[in-house]
Design a protein around this ligand. Structure first.
Ligand SMILES: C[S@@+](CC[C@H](N)C(=O)[O-])C[C@H]1O[C@@H](n2cnc3c(N)ncnc32)[C@H](O)[C@@H]1O
Ligand SMILES: *[C@@H]1O[C@H](CO)[C@@H](O)[C@H](O)[C@H]1NC(C)=O
Ligand SMILES: *[C@@H]1O[C@H](CO)[C@@H](O)[C@H](O)[C@H]1NC(C)=O
Ligand SMILES: *[C@@H]1O[C@H](CO)[C@@H](O)[C@H](O)[C@H]1NC(C)=O
Ligand SMILES: *[C@@H]1O[C@H](CO)[C@@H](O)[C@H](O)[C@H]1NC(C)=O
Ligand SMILES: CC(=O)N[C@H]1CO[C@H](CO)[C@@H](O)[C@@H]1O
Length: 481
């Protein structure tokens, strides 16, 4: 690991966002840079093709805009329509409901205020992201003939972008508010406990490399780093990456931003106070906490935290990542796979022999009913074939690794997954009946009259020593069968 020099190391926990023909590359630490520059090539090939056809920076624009439009859309859809519906009630009724104790119009005003406060962090994230990719807050005006400037990001967000911005903001509650501690306790503590018990004989944990695919807003990566390990997150969603970059690298103090995670939804509240509840983010100041956690350690925490962007099953499948990690931690992640075997093989490939894979989560197959997505930019490569109901007869030609954009998908059960892992070069305790469930919500409002509770499973699999890489092993297996 490279040692950074001078004062810059104090804030080395950075995402430097690099412009690579329109591709942002987010990292926390420079020492990952060379590694990730190589990944960029892979990313370009597998994830963002055909870049040549993209207008420069259009990718960012699509990804950035939602946070600025968040406020407008939220106001319109949430309170404007409700005011109209309210005044459409019989006059005698709305007048009565406008009086105390209900004072419904005041509630709508309070929701408007909450939306404004929500949008303050959304706006900060947006502005930090804009400047990180070299776009201006005040976009260039249209040319005299009315042509929109290519760097004018206004109005570029799609409803899907808005939706993603929305979930991203909700996830701040789970990962970075004090109120989210119960979910984190249920989901992240078992991972840390498994890591600490596995590596209890290592007083210096900095050489131990832990990979967190599907890192979301980065809290688990942060906690693993804070516990002394070298932690690397990986995330495919730019919305998530920009928000985690903001929290980890651009917040000034704990409790900096208010958030009203439940205000937009009017259902299942016991009281208006519940609906309008405010949480503050972040609950800890990441920069300060990592600074504190570095006292007396050989390697500063800022040197031990990183984040890569792109599809896990593509990025970590190359030679460079073979046998590179001591542990892989997946939380609410494996069910994002259209083809779980691809994830299993990738994890096997990038783990050192004897390394562990710690998993916690449910099996909410993200692709159920929809088939794998075709990423917006890989238009030429992933227009999916007409589905066949029987296996193809000829042997398939070798394909480039398209990761989750590959055709095909399958939803497996817990009892099917465990033996599958056991026969993929891992040792894992056999599935018990019933599995040892843990109950937890995911961005759940604890005060709501509706509680969605997952019964998640937590297991640890160990890559068998001397076991070949996933791909080589598959091949071996096929040959012996
Ligand atoms: C359900 S979220 C869980 C996030 C976080 N681990 C948590 O527990 O809050 C799944 C995350 O995985 C990411 N993801 C899905 N498929 C991915 C892939 N192939 N490579 C990397 N990240 C992926 C999604 O963008 C999303 O942030
Ligand atoms: C955000 O999500 C909440 C809860 O799912 C929903 O009620 C609301 O309409 C969404 N808001 C926007 C602006 O998309
Ligand atoms: C707002 O409502 C309109 C009309 O129902 C809908 O098309 C749009 O997607 C909604 N926007 C958001 C951000 O929820
Ligand atoms: C704040 O944002 C979250 C996530 O989009 C949303 O669920 C919540 O309702 C929002 N609150 C307000 C008042 O906008
Ligand atoms: C509001 O929350 C309830 C759960 O309490 C959910 O079923 C409903 O779909 C949500 N409505 C919107 C518009 O998001
Ligand atoms: C708050 C914080 O730590 N900001 C840092 C994020 O990264 C940049 C680039 O290195 C630093 O200059 C900031 O100080």
């Amino acid at each position: 690991m490279q040692k950074r020099s001078g004062s810059s190391s104090a804030v080395a926990a950075v995402y430097a966002i690099h412009l690579q023909s329109g591709l942002p590359l987010n990292l926390y630490r420079k020492s990952l840079l060379s590694q990730l520059l190589n990944l960029t090539v892979l990313l370009l090939v597998s994830f963002l093709l055909p870049l040549s056809t993209l207008p420069s920076k259009s990718l960012f624009i699509a990804n950035l805009t939602p946070k600025s439009q968040y406020r407008k859309a939220a106001h319109y859809n949430i309170t404007h329509c409700r005011r109209q519906n309210f005044y459409a009630l019989p006059a005698a009724h709305w007048q009565r409901l406008a009086q105390p104790p209900i004072s419904y119009l005041e509630t709508l005003d309070l929701v408007d205020d909450a939306i404004d406060r929500n949008s303050s962090i959304a706006r900060e994230i947006f502005l930090a992201s804009l400047s990180a990719v070299g776009l201006d807050e005040h976009p260039p005006d249209p040319s005299p003939d009315g042509q929109k400037h290519r760097l004018d990001w206004r109005g570029a967000a799609t409803p899907q972008d808005m939706d993603k911005a929305n979930t991203t903001i909700r996830q701040l509650y789970r990962d970075w508010s004090a109120e989210g501690a119960a979910e984190r306790q249920a989901c992240y503590s078992p991972i840390l406990a498994s890591l600490l018990s596995e590596f209890s004989s290592h007083p210096d944990k900095s050489p131990i490399k832990v990979l967190v695919p599907g890192a979301g807003l980065g809290r688990l990566v942060f906690e693993i780093c804070r516990a002394g390990f070298t932690a690397e997150g990986n995330e495919i969603s730019y919305h998530q990456l920009l928000a985690s970059s903001f929290i980890l690298n651009h917040t000034a103090r704990a409790q900096q931003f208010p958030l009203h995670p439940f205000a937009l939804n009017f259902s299942n509240h016991v009281s208006r106070a519940d609906q309008l509840r405010r949480v503050m983010v972040p609950d800890v100041h990441p920069g300060g906490a990592l600074q504190d956690a570095s006292v007396g350690l050989a390697v500063h925490a800022f040197e031990r935290i990183g984040m890569s962007t792109g599809d896990f099953s593509v990025i970590y499948n190359d030679d460079q990542h073979a046998r590179a990690y001591d542990a892989v931690a997946t939380v609410f992640f494996i069910d994002t796979a259209p083809n779980l075997l691809t994830y299993i093989e990738t994890i096997h490939h990038c783990l050192k022999p004897g390394g562990i894979w710690i998993n916690l989560g449910p099996l909410l197959w993200h692709f159920e009913g929809s088939g794998p997505p075709t990423t917006t930019t890989t238009t030429t490569t992933t227009t999916t074939t007409t589905a066949a109901e029987s296996p193809p007869s000829s042997s398939e030609p070798p394909n480039p690794n398209l990761g989750i954009s590959s055709p095909g998908s399958i939803e497996l059960t817990h009892q099917e997954i465990i033996p599958l892992i056991a026969s993929s070069g891992f040792s894992i305790a056999p599935a018990t009946q019933p599995p040892p469930f843990r109950e937890t919500g995911y961005i759940q409002d604890p005060a709501s009259m509706l509680q969605n509770t997952y019964r998640v499973v937590h297991w640890v699999a160990r890559k068998e020593s001397g076991s070949a890489s996933g791909k080589a092993q598959e091949k071996e297996k096929r040959e012996t069968e």
